[in-house]
Design a binder for this molecule. Structure first.
Ligand SMILES: C[S@@+](CC[C@H](N)C(=O)[O-])C[C@H]1O[C@@H](n2cnc3c(N)ncnc32)[C@H](O)[C@@H]1O
Length: 269
């Protein structure tokens, strides 16, 4: 075999560091991280709906999903009868969520907003605010995390409920986790491989993730690599930050076989 047997490898896109740019670029492919995104989305709606109901937040209560992305939690909550506003600072993610909502005739309001400054775009208050699947760890500094939690607190009615989920960084740091093992999924005869490689900083305070999506389409394999950084936000750190932002009744729920796949925190405004 000679070099001539190999097609030239296209240059990989430069890694992006701004999470907004990362999610703008990822929006069209976001579902590829799941075996079946819509099935997972509905399951997440069921779990989150159950959790809200156990905290006396029942439809038609008002819910703000302040880091809604393409609508993984916001859309199924709206389908369950909650009056939902979904916000995110990725314009492409909001555009995709809007498309899915229109296709599936789901009543929901979707707006672009930075979680650190929700009040600039959203003036009403809510019975619950949710932020799921490891969104808050994109806020890398204490100041940004504090701004986000204060902004969330300001959007809650008195006694309103905050529910958030983050990766279990306490365990991941202990294990010095290396990433997400690649897995192969085949949908409609088109296989794809998804995985992540993680690079921790020396103190293990942040982790840079490199996300690989390999897809076979029309007989050709294509690879996309995208990178972004998360703060390795420990539970105790988030508890302290929630307390500083005037939240009370802070409780953590561990992942359970029939529950969400990340630790979930609940708190009252
Ligand atoms: C891992 S995704 C989760 C999205 C959604 N909850 C889901 O499960 O599909 C993290 C989301 O947080 C959003 N995000 C990160 N920083 C943000 C900020 N400062 N303001 C608003 N959204 C932010 C990103 O744009 C992205 O959509």
């Amino acid at each position: 075999m000679t070099h001539a047997d190999f097609a030239p490898v296209p240059a990989a896109p430069l890694p992006v560091s701004d999470p907004r740019e990362f999610y703008d670029q990822l929006a069209g492919d976001y579902h590829l991280m799941f075996r079946d995104w819509w099935a997972s989305s509905r399951r997440q709606g069921e779990i989150l709906g159950g959790l809200l109901a156990r905290h006396d937040v029942q439809p038609p209560a008002t819910v703000l999903d302040c880091t809604c992305g393409i609508g993984t939690q916001a859309l199924p909550l709206a389908m369950r009868g909650y009056r939902v506003v979904g916000s995110d600072y990725s314009a492409a993610a909001i555009a995709r969520a809007t498309e899915v909502a229109a296709d599936r005739k789901i009543p929901i309001r979707l707006v672009e907003a930075d979680v650190r400054r929700l009040g600039e775009v959203i003036s009403s208050s809510f019975d619950a605010v949710v932020s799921f699947d490891n969104s808050l760890p994109h806020l890398l500094t204490d100041a940004d995390l504090a701004a986000a939690l204060t902004s969330i607190h300001d959007r809650l009615a008195s006694g309103g409920l905050f529910v958030g989920s983050i990766r279990d960084y306490d365990a991941l740091v202990r294990e010095r986790a290396g990433g997400v093992m690649p897995g192969v999924v085949s949908v409609g005869g088109e296989p794809r491989i998804y995985g992540q490689a993680w690079q921790w900083d020396e103190q293990m305070r942040t982790v840079r993730i490199h996300m690989f999506i390999l897809r076979q389409q029309d007989g050709e394999w294509r690879t996309v690599v995208r990178s972004t950084t998360f703060r390795a936000l420990r539970r105790a750190e988030l508890t302290t930050a929630l307390t500083a932002a005037s939240f009370t009744d802070i409780e953590w729920v561990d992942p359970a076989p029939d529950g969400y796949y990340q630790p979930v925190v609940t708190a009252r405004a």
